[in-house]
Design a protein around this ligand. Structure first.
Ligand code: HEC
Ligand code: HEC
Ligand code: HEC
Ligand code: HEC
Ligand code: HEC
Length: 355
C-alpha cells in the first residue's frame, strides 16, 4: 500500500512538472521525425511535398514550407493553423457581430487571425505574405524600406531573427525548444511566438479559447516620450511601420508633448488615470479580449482585470489589429468600416467617454 501511494505521488509530481515545463506544446511536435523531415527530399525517386510549388528541397531538411505546415482547421490540441484550405475559418462564431472574441460557438481562428481572406484576393484584410498572395514591390505604410516580398520569417518577415535572410534559418532551434515558461527574448525560442527579442506570456492554445482570464499577455511600455521601445509587441510592428509608433516632430504619435492632442493614434501609452477610457472593462475593469491591452510587468502574470497597478493597460497595435489577417479591411479586429449601419464599434470598448 505504501509503495502504491508513493507511486501515485511520484506520478502526480511528474505530471505537474511536465505541465509546468510545457515543451513542446503539441502532439504533432512530439511525433515521428519523418512527419516533418525528409532526409534526401526523395521518396521512390520523386521529390517529397504536397504540390508542385512545395517540392523544392528545404532548409533543415523540412518536408514543407511555413504555411504548408501551418494550414489546417484549428481544434483543441492541434498545432497552430493560420491558414485554411477548407473555406473561410469561423472568425465570428455564432454571434456574427464582427467581434471574433473566441467565446462564440464554432469560432476557430487564433490570436493572429488568419491569412485566409488575403489568400482569396481581399488584399487589405491582412499581410500579403509570399506564397499566399501576389507580391508587388511596396513600402509598408509608415515605413521606409521597400519590400519586393513579405515573408513569414527572416529579414523580410515578422518571425525569427531579422538579421538572417532565410526564413527557416532565422527561426532555427525555435520549434524544438519552444519555451513558454521563461520568455526573456534572448533567443528566438525564448521570444514571444518566435518574434525575436519580443517578450510576453503565451496562451497555451494561442487563444483558440479566450476570455478575460485566458489569453496571451502582450508586453507594452508606458512611454512618456515619442521614443522607440525594444521588447514590446508594438515595437515589432514598428520595425516596418515605424512612424505609426514613434519619431520626432510629427513622425510618430505625438507632436510637442506625449499627450492629447495626438497626431496619430497613441500606442505604448498607459491608460491608467485617463478619463477618456476610464470605463474600460466595465465596473470591474476586466481585461477585454475585443480590445486587448498590454502591460509592462510580466512578473505580474496574465491580467484578468486592469487598472489594478500602474502600466497594466497599455494601448498597442494589436488593440485594434490582428497580426495575420481578419475578415475586415485593414486587418482590424472588428468591422469598423461598416459601422454604424452594421459592423461593430470596437473603439467604444476603450472610449467609454464616447459611448
Ligand atoms: C511537427 C514537425 C516536426 C517534427 C515531428 C520534428 N521536427 Fe525537427 N524541425 C521542425 C521544424 C519546423 C524545424 C525548422 C525550424 C526551427 O528550427 O524551428 C526543425 C528543425 C530541426 C533541426 C535543426 C534546428 C534545431 O533545432 O537544431 C533538427 C536537427 C531537427 N529538426 C531534428 C529533428 C529530429 C531528430 C526529429 C525527430 C525526433 C524532429 N526534428 C522532429 C519540425 C519538426
Ligand atoms: C514541418 C512542419 C512545420 C514547419 C515547416 C513550420 N512549422 Fe511552425 N510549428 C509547427 C508545429 C508542429 C508547431 C507547434 C510547436 C509546439 O508544439 O511547441 C509550430 C509552432 C509555430 C509557432 C508558435 C510558437 C509558439 O511560441 O507558440 C510559430 C510562430 C511558428 N511555428 C512559425 C513558423 C514559421 C515562421 C515557419 C517557417 C519559417 C514554420 N513555423 C515552419 C510545425 C511547422
Ligand atoms: C517585416 C515587415 C512588417 C512587419 C514587422 C509588420 N508589417 Fe504590417 N505590413 C507590411 C507590408 C509590406 C504591408 C503592405 C501591404 C501588405 O503586404 O499586406 C503591411 C500592411 C499592414 C497593414 C495594412 C493591411 C492592408 O493590406 O491594407 C496593417 C493593418 C498592418 N500592416 C499592421 C501590422 C501590425 C499590427 C504589425 C505588428 C503586429 C505589423 N503590421 C508588422 C510589413 C510589415
Ligand atoms: C485599447 C484602447 C483603445 C481603443 C480600442 C481605441 N482607442 Fe482611441 N485612444 C485610446 C487612448 C488611451 C487615447 C489617448 C486618450 C488621452 O490622451 O486622453 C486614445 C486617443 C484617441 C484619439 C485622439 C484623442 C486626442 O485627444 O488627441 C482619437 C481620435 C481616437 N483615440 C479614436 C479612436 C478610434 C476611432 C478607435 C477605433 C478605431 C479607437 N480610438 C480605439 C485608447 C483606445
Ligand atoms: C485605435 C485603434 C488602432 C491602433 C491602436 C492601431 N491602428 Fe492601425 N489602423 C486602425 C484603423 C481604424 C485603420 C484604418 C484606416 C483609418 O481609419 O485611418 C488602420 C490602418 C492601419 C494601416 C494601413 C494604413 C494605410 O495607409 O493603408 C497600417 C499599416 C496600420 N494601421 C498599422 C498599425 C500599427 C503598426 C500600429 C501600432 C504602431 C497600429 N496600426 C495601431 C486602427 C488602429
Amino acid at each position: 500500500m505504501r509503495y502504491e501511494k508513493l507511486w501515485i505521488i511520484l506520478g502526480l509530481a511528474s505530471v505537474a512538472a511536465w505541465g509546468g515545463q510545457a515543451w513542446p506544446f503539441t502532439a504533432a511536435m512530439k511525433s515521428s521525425c519523418a512527419n516533418c523531415h525528409t532526409m534526401h527530399n526523395s521518396q521512390g525517386g520523386s521529390p517529397v511535398g504536397g504540390n508542385a510549388s512545395l517540392t523544392d528541397a528545404k532548409p533543415a531538411l523540412l518536408n514543407n514550407s511555413c504555411y504548408g505546415c501551418h494550414t489546417g482547421d484549428n481544434t483543441t490540441g492541434s498545432m497552430p493553423y493560420v491558414m485554411s484550405l477548407s473555406g473561410a475559418p469561423n472568425y465570428d462564431g455564432s454571434a456574427g457581430a464582427g467581434l471574433g472574441t473566441g467565446t462564440e460557438t464554432g469560432h476557430n481562428t487564433l490570436a493572429g487571425g488568419s491569412f485566409y481572406w488575403v489568400s482569396q484576393g481581399q488584399d487589405n484584410t491582412g499581410h500579403n505574405v509570399e506564397g499566399l498572395a501576389t507580391q508587388t514591390t511596396r513600402t509598408p505604410p509608415g515605413g521606409s524600406t521597400s519590400f519586393t516580398t513579405l515573408t513569414c520569417a527572416g529579414a523580410t518577415g515578422c518571425h525569427g531573427n531579422p538579421a538572417i535572410a532565410n526564413g527557416v534559418m532565422s527561426i532555427q532551434g525555435g520549434h524544438h525548444n519552444n519555451n513558454i515558461t521563461t520568455l526573456d527574448g534572448l533567443t528566438v525560442a525564448s521570444s514571444y511566438r518566435f518574434l525575436s527579442g519580443i517578450v510576453g506570456i503565451e496562451d497555451d492554445d494561442w487563444e483558440l479559447t479566450v476570455s478575460s482570464t485566458d489569453h496571451n499577455q502582450y508586453k507594452g511600455t508606458a512611454r512618456t516620450g515619442d521614443v522607440d521601445t525594444t521588447d514590446t509587441i508594438s515595437h515589432l510592428c514598428a520595425r516596418c511601420h515605424g512612424t505609426f509608433h514613434n519619431g520626432s516632430g510629427t513622425d510618430g504619435v505625438a507632436d510637442a508633448t506625449f499627450a492629447s492632442p495626438w497626431v496619430r493614434h497613441p500606442v505604448d501609452l498607459d491608460m491608467n488615470g485617463l478619463s477618456e477610457v476610464a470605463g474600460y472593462g466595465g465596473v470591474n475593469h476586466d481585461y477585454d479580449v475585443t480590445a486587448p491591452v498590454a502591460s509592462d510587468d510580466m512578473t505580474q502574470g496574465t491580467q484578468a482585470t486592469v487598472f489594478d497597478n500602474a502600466n497594466d493597460a497599455i494601448v498597442m497595435c494589436l488593440s485594434c489589429h490582428r497580426a495575420h489577417g481578419s475578415p475586415y479591411p485593414f486587418s482590424l479586429r472588428w468591422d469598423y468600416a461598416s459601422w454604424p449601419a452594421g459592423g461593430y464599434y470596437g473603439c467604444g470598448r476603450c472610449h467609454t467617454n464616447k459611448n
